[in-house]
Design a protein around this ligand. Structure first.
Ligand code: GAR
Length: 189
């Protein structure tokens, strides 16, 4: 089984989906570490409750490159071979991306290449889009860029707000991420 590290900044529902999926006997990964740049991330408690080691250090006052070196050190110390970003809300340094190239994936709540960056749901509504969704993609140095592994679509409904749309997208995110990660790992073999 591939040893997977997960980076989070907050709630951790996608992290939990990846941890839960690893309970299946044929799952191609085991989660060896959850790391956060936010010591208050709710996902940390959820990971600990599932018996997964966690580490958190605030990025405040630390240069991005130095912070990312600490992340890589923590991941290596736990033997991580792959890294999944799950609501990790910081841009990663080019050195981090190079270190994990080909084994670094992210989930983004839009149908990439549409709506990279923040406030995706408000922008999908403002653009008059008829559908929204989520994308799992390989990570490059550019924000929410890199080859798409898999996507899931949801309709945008009359009366949707950014909140109702986010909730609908999150439901499919939590199902999409384990499937897409399994595909990425199989494709990489
Ligand atoms: C998810 O919607 C994820 O796609 C998004 O943050 C949320 C985290 O939720 N990520 C990004 O916007 C990255 N650019 P979670 O903590 O419950 O997984």
């Amino acid at each position: 089984r591939k040893r997977l590290g997960i980076l989070i900044s907050g709630r951790g529902s996608n992290m939990a989906a990846l941890i839960d999926a690893a309970a299946a006997p044929d799952c191609p990964w085991q989660v060896v570490l959850v790391a956060s740049n936010n010591p208050d991330a709710a996902g940390l408690a959820r990971a600990a409750a599932a018996g997964v080691p966690t580490v958190a250090f605030s990025h405040k006052g630390t240069a991005r490159e130095a912070f990312d070196v600490r992340l890589t050190q923590a991941l290596r110390a736990h033997g991580a071979e792959w890294v999944a970003l799950a609501g990790y809300m910081r841009l990663l340094s080019p050195a981090f991306v190079a270190d994990w190239a080909g084994r670094l994936v992210n989930i983004h709540p839009s149908l990439l290449p549409r709506h990279k960056g923040l406030d995706t749901h408000a922008r999908a509504l403002a653009a008059g889009d008829r559908e929204a969704g989520a994308s799992v993609h390989h990570v490059t140095e550019l924000l929410d860029d890199g080859p798409v592994i898999a996507q899931a679509r949801v309709p945008i409904l009359p009366g949707d707000t950014p909140e109702t749309l986010a909730a609908r997208v999150l439901t499919v995110e939590n199902r999409l991420y384990p499937k897409a990660l399994a595909k990425a790992m199989t494709d990489a073999e």
